[in-house]
Design a protein around this ligand. Structure first.
Ligand SMILES: Nc1ncnc2c1ncn2[C@@H]1O[C@H](COP(=O)(O)OP(=O)(O)O)[C@@H](O)[C@H]1O
Ligand SMILES: O=C(O)C1=C[C@@H](OP(=O)(O)O)[C@@H](O)[C@H](O)C1
Ligand SMILES: [Mg+2]
Length: 167
């Protein structure tokens, strides 16, 4: 494998965590989800961090997590949906691995995120929040090396598409 790491970016609910875990198993690589990494380091949840410390504090922790995790190799790293917003994170990802962006149709995203409360940015009017964030982030994932639509593909099919593309 010519790549140091595989990094998965994409909007909330596109399947980064699910695909990342399956891909790491398939490759026999370590799996790191930056949200889980931050939660275990801070001993709290993403929602509580947003509520108690605010989004800018979370973004700082996210930047530190990405830089620290990507020092390692042979890892599949699932990021949070907003990790791509900071240019320094994008540069780090491009330098340290192969970047895969997952995308999905808005209705699919809404269905996948509406049943849980762990995403503070899409609480309340989920449909309105998803549409307005999708608009604000419509080009945020364009920098990836590969873009895959997860709307109708299974997790296993997406893993195979990535493996095919990098071999
Ligand atoms: N390809 C897929 N097909 C169907 N459901 C999926 C797929 N990928 C993820 N899911 C489901 O969608 C929800 C959100 O997935 P998750 O991996 O947490 O997304 P993300 O990390 O991008 O926010 C989860 O319930 C997950 O099981
Ligand atoms: O899009 C975002 O700004 C966020 C996405 C979340 O991760 P997922 O994309 O895994 O849901 C998590 O990092 C946080 O709630 C903020
Ligand atoms: Mg996730």
């Amino acid at each position: 494998m010519k790549h140091k790491n595989i990094i998965i970016v994409g909007f909330m609910g596109t399947g980064k965590t699910a695909v990342g875990k399956a891909m790491a198993e398939r490759l026999g690589w370590r799996f790191v989800d930056t949200d889980h990494y931050i939660e275990s380091k801070q001993g709290t949840t993403i929602s509580d961090m947003f509520r108690d410390l605010g989004e800018p504090a979370f973004r700082n922790m996210e930047g530190e997590a990405i830089a620290a995790v990507l020092e390692g190799s042979r890892q599949v790293v699932a990021t949070g949906g907003g990790a791509v917003l900071a240019e320094h994170n994008r540069v780090c990802m491009q330098q340290e691995g192969y970047v895969v962006a997952l995308k999905a149709a808005p209705e699919v995203i809404i269905n996948r995120v509406k049943q849980d409360e762990k995403r503070p940015l899409v609480q309340g009017d989920v449909k309105e929040r998803v549409y307005s964030l999708l608009e604000a982030r419509k080009h945020a994932y364009d920098f990836a090396d590969l873009i895959i639509d997860s709307s109708t593909a299974s997790v296993e099919e997406i893993v195979e598409q990535v493996i095919d593309a990098i071999q």
